[in-house]
Design a protein around this ligand. Structure first.
Ligand code: NAI
Length: 717
C-alpha cells in the first residue's frame, strides 16, 4: 500500500474477495520464500520480529483508530489493549526466535484464519509464533475487519520481511475454505465452534497440522468471601469488554447464594454508569457491535429467551449504528439455552450455587472449556477450585487477562492447541520423528473369525471380559502357524471400557509420586517375565530381547516423568504469575500400531498413565497375543481397575466409534489408513487426535497426553 486511504473512508465492503487462484498464488509465494526464511536462523528472524514490534509501537495511534473504525470497539480498548498486546506479542516472539533451538524444524507454510473481534491481536497471535519458528504464512482476516491486517502488510514491508513470508488474503468464508483446501502444511483457526468443526472435517486425513481456538461460555464464579466491588469490576471487564465479543468472556455469572442479591444490586448500580456511544469517543465504555448481522444474531438469541429476569443497562441507545445495551439475565437454570450457548454479545446470564462443589459442577456443565474466573479472598478456596475447572485458562481474582508469555487455548469444544509461550511456539514446529525400532515383519494372515473356544479375553475394568460379540479372531505367528485366538472386540466393548475409565477417575488426582510407584512396579513385574515376552515377540517376528528392554526403558522413562512434567511459571506484566500446568487430557482411546507389539502398548500406556490419564488400548489382531499376555502383569502391578483397558479388535471396525464417542477426550491411531476416518469423526466433540506414525518417543506421548492449563494468580501485588 504505497498511499494510505484516509481511514474514515475505508469500509469492509470494499476489501476484495480472494478466490482459489489468489490463494494458490499466495501459497506458492509462501512456499517459495519458506526455505530461505527458515535457513536464515532464529537470530535473523528475531531482528525482523523486533522491527515489526517497533513499527507497531510507532504507528500505534493509527492502528488503534483503524481498528476502532473497522470493528466498532471503544478507542480506549483498541489503544490500551489490542494494540499494546499485539506489540508485546511480537517482542516476546522476537525473544523466542532468538532462543529457537537449532534442531527444531518449522512446519512450512501455515494457513491462518482469524475472526473479527480482535483483528490485529489475533493476527499477532498467529503470525508472530509462525514466523519465529521459520514458517511462512498466508493469513485471512475476517470479512468484517481486514483493515489492520492490510496495514500490517505495509509494516512487514517496512520491517524488511522478505517477500512471500507474510501474505494477507481478504475475503469471507469461501476464501477461508479455499485456504484450508490449499497446499498448506498447517491450518491455525480462531473463530466459531461450528466453523472449527467444518475445518476439522476438511483437513481430516490430509496430514495438515491443525490448531483450533473456538468459542466458549466461560464461568465467572463469585464466592461469598470475595471482594465484591473488585468482582463487579471484573464482570465489567469480563462481559462488557469489546461488547462481549470475546471468546473467553465470562458470560455465565455463578454467584454464591449468601451474596447473590447484594452482588446483583452492586452490578446493576455499576451498569447504570456504563457509557455507550461513538467508539471513537475516549470516554465511551461500550462501542458498536461489529456488524448488523451479529447484532441481529444477539437480538434473536436474547429475544427468544423467556426464562429468568432481564435487566438492561439504562444507557441511551445512540442513533443509528449497531448497538446493543449491556444486559443481565438473572435466575436462569443450567439447562436454559442462554446458559449453554455462546451469545457473543454484551449479555451476561447468571444463576446461584450453594457449595463449592456445586459451583464446580455448574461451571463445568458446558460443552466448552475455554476460560474461567474465580473470585475469593480466601487463598484456599480460590486455589482449590481453580484446578477443578474444566478450562484452558483460569483467572484468580481477575478476568480477561492475556499475555504473550501465558499460553491461551481451550479444551473440549473450545478447541485444541495453545497460543503464547513456548507451548504456543511448539504448535508451529514440526515434531522430530524418532525412527521406530527395526523389526522383521511377519506375513499378515487374513484374520479368520471363528466360534469361541480357548480364547484370550478382553481386559476391561481390571477384569478379563468376554467380547460382547462372542466371536474370536485367530492369530497366526510368523511361520503361519495358528498361535491362538483373541476376542473380537466391538463398539459395545469400547463403551464398557469408557465406563471403566470413568469409574477410574481417581487416578487423575493421585500424586505424581504415587503414579511413578505403580509404573516402576509394572516395569518390575514385566522384567520378571522378560524371557516369556521376548520369546513371544520373537515368535511374531520381532527382536524379543531388545523390544522387552526398550519397553522396560519406556516404563522407567514414563515413571521418571510422573513427578517432573509439571509445567512452568510465567511472569506476566500485570503484577501476577501464570502457572502453566500440564494436565491430563482425560480418557484416551488408542489404536496400537501393527508392529512393536509390546513396545507400542507399553509406551502409550506409560505416557498416558504417568500424567494421570486413563487409557483404552485397541490392539490389532496380528500381535495381539503379546498385549493379552500383559493382563496378568497389569493385575499384579497395582494399576487401578479401569485405568488401562485392552481390547483386541479389528481396528477398522473400532476406529469410527472410538473417534465419534462423546465421552472420549483423545483418539490416537497410527495407521495412515485410519487417519482420515478418525480425524473426521473426531469433529463431533472436537476431541484431540494423534494420527502420525508411531514413534516410541516418550516426549511425543507426553505432549499428546497432556493439555496445558494456565492459571493466573495474584502475586506480589
Ligand atoms: P466464523 O467462525 O464464521 O468466522 C471466523 C473466520 O472464519 C472468518 O475469517 C471467516 O471468514 C472464516 N470462515 C468462515 N467460514 C469458513 C469456512 N467454512 N472455512 C474457513 N474459514 C471460514 O465466525 P462469524 O460468522 O464471524 O461469527 C459467528 C459466531 O461465531 C459469533 O456469533 C460467535 O458466537 C462466534 N465467534 C467466535 C469467535 C471466537 O473467538 N471464539 C470469534 C468469532 C466468532
Amino acid at each position: 500500500m504505497p498511499r494510505r486511504t484516509p481511514p474514515a473512508a475505508l469500509n469492509w465492503r470494499r476489501s476484495p474477495k480472494a478466490h482459489s487462484a489468489d490463494i494458490n498464488a499466495a501459497v506458492a509465494a509462501a512456499r517459495a520464500a519458506q526455505p530461505a526464511w527458515e535457513a536464515a536462523g532464529g537470530p535473523a528472524r528475531a531482528r525482523i520480529l523486533y522491527a515489526i514490534a517497533r513499527l507497531l509501537q510507532k504507528h500505534a495511534r493509527l492502528f488503534a483508530v483503524l481498528e476502532t473504525l473497522d470493528n466498532g470497539k471503544p478507542i480506549r480498548e483498541a489503544r490500551d489493549a489490542d494494540i499494546p498486546l499485539a506489540q508485546r506479542h511480537f517482542y516476546y516472539h522476537a525473544g523466542l526466535a532468538q532462543l529457537f533451538p537449532a534442531t527444531s524444524r518449522a512446519y512450512g507454510v501455515c494457513g491462518q484464519i482469524i475472526p473479527w473481534n480482535f483483528p490485529l491481536l489475533m493476527l499477532a497471535w498467529k503470525v508472530a509464533p509462525a514466523l519465529a519458528a521459520g514458517n511462512t504464512v498466508v493469513l485471512k482476516p475476517a470479512e468484517y475487519t481486514p483493515l489492520t491486517a492490510l496495514l500490517f502488510a505495509e509494516v512487514c514491508q517496512q520491517a524488511g520481511v522478505p517477500a512471500g513470508v507474510v501474505n494477507i488474503v481478504t475475503g469471507d468464508g469461501d476464501t477461508g475454505a479455499a485456504l484450508v483446501a490449499a497446499d498448506v502444511d498447517k491450518i491455525a483457526f480462531t473463530g466459531s465452534t461450528d466453523v472449527g468443526r467444518i475445518i476439522r472435517r476438511a483437513t481430516a486425513g490430509t496430514g495438515k497440522a491443525l490448531t483450533l481456538e473456538l468459542g466458549g461460555k466461560s464461568p465467572f464464579i463469585v464466592f461469598d468471601d470475595a471482594d465484591l466491588d473488585s468482582a463487579v469490576e471484573g464482570v465489567v471487564d469480563s462481559i462488557w469488554f469489546n461488547q462481549g465479543q470475546v471468546c473467553c468472556a465470562g458470560s455465565r455469572l455463578l454467584l454464591h447464594e449468601p451474596i447473590a442479591d447484594r452482588f446483583i444490586l452492586k452490578l446493576k448500580a455499576r451498569m447504570a454508569t456504563l457509557r455507550m456511544g461513538d467508539p471513537l469517543d475516549k470516554s465511551v465504555d461500550i462501542g458498536a457491535i461489529v456488524h448488523p448481522t451479529q447484532l441481529a444474531r444477539i437480538r434473536d438469541m436474547v429475544g427468544a429467551n423467556t426464562a429468568g429476569t432481564t435487566h438492561t443497562a439504562p444507557c441511551p441507545l445512540p442513533d443509528g449504528g449497531s448497538f446493543f445495551p449491556p444486559t443481565l439475565i438473572t435466575g436462569l437454570s443450567p439447562s436454559d439455552a442462554l446458559m449453554q450457548h455462546e451469545i457473543f454479545g454484551p449479555v451476561l446470564v447468571s444463576t446461584t450455587f450453594r457449595t463449592p462443589a456445586e459451583a464446580v459442577e455448574l461451571a463445568n456443565n458446558t460443552r466448552y472449556g475455554l476460560a474461567a474466573s474465580v473470585w475469593s479472598e480466601n487463598i484456599n478456596t480460590a486455589l482449590t477450585i481453580a484446578p477443578q475447572l474444566a478450562a484452558g485458562v483460569i483467572w484468580v481474582n481477575g478476568a480477561n487477562m492475556l499475555d504473550a508469555a501465558a499460553p491461551f487455548g481451550g479444551i473440549r469444544e473450545s478447541g485444541f492447541g495453545r497460543e503464547g509461550g513456548p507451548e504456543g511456539l511448539a504448535a508451529y514446529t514440526r515434531p522430530t520423528e524418532a525412527p521406530a525400532p527395526q523389526r522383521t515383519s511377519p506375513p499378515a494372515p487374513q484374520p479368520e473369525v471363528s466360534g469361541i473356544d480357548r480364547t484370550a479375553k478382553l481386559y476391561i475394568g481390571g477384569k478379563q471380559a468376554r467380547p460382547d460379540s462372542g466371536y474370536s479372531i485367530a492369530v497366526h505367528d510368523t511361520g503361519g502357524t495358528l498361535a491362538g485366538h483373541v476376542g473380537a472386540g466391538s463398539r459395545k466393548d469400547l463403551r464398557n471400557a469408557v465406563e471403566a475409565m470413568n469409574a477410574a477417575k481417581g487416578w487423575a488426582t493421585t500424586s505424581g509420586h504415587a503414579r511413578a510407584q505403580v509404573l516402576y512396579f509394572l516395569a518390575e513385574n514385566l522384567s520378571a517375565r522378560a524371557g516369556e515376552f521376548a520369546a513371544l515377540i520373537d515368535r511374531f517376528g520381532g527382536a524379543g530381547q531388545a523390544e522387552v528392554e526398550d519397553s522396560l526403558n519406556a516404563l522407567f522413562t514414563a515413571a521418571a516423568w510422573a513427578d517432573k512434567f509439571d509445567g512452568r511459571v510465567a511472569g506476566v506484566p500485570f503484577g501476577g504469575l501464570s502457572l502453566v500446568l500440564r494436565t491430563p487430557v482425560g480418557k484416551i482411546a488408542a489404536i496400537c500400531p501393527d508392529d512393536a507389539g509390546l513396545l507400542a502398548p507399553i509406551t502409550l500406556l506409560g505416557g498416558a498413565l504417568t500424567l494421570g490419564n486413563r487409557i483404552t488400548l485397541v490392539v490389532p489382531p496380528r500381535l495381539s497375543l503379546i498385549a493379552t499376555a500383559l493382563y496378568q502383569v497389569l493385575d499384579t502391578s497395582d494399576v487401578p481397575a479401569g485405568t488401562v483397558n485392552i481390547i483386541t479388535a479389528n481396528p477398522h471396525e473400532i476406529a469410527p466409534h472410538m473417534a465419534a464417542h462423546h465421552d472420549i477426550d483423545a483418539a490416537w491411531a497410527f495407521d495412515p489408513a485410519l487417519a482420515p476416518g478418525v480425524e473426521e469423526e473426531s469433529a463431533r466433540n472436537l476431541k484431540r487426535t494423534w494420527t502420525g506414525a508411531f514413534t516410541p518417543d516418550m516426549t511425543r506421548v507426553l505432549d499428546a497426553a497432556s493439555a496445558v492449563k494456565t492459571i493466573w494468580v495474584p502475586f506480589g501485588l
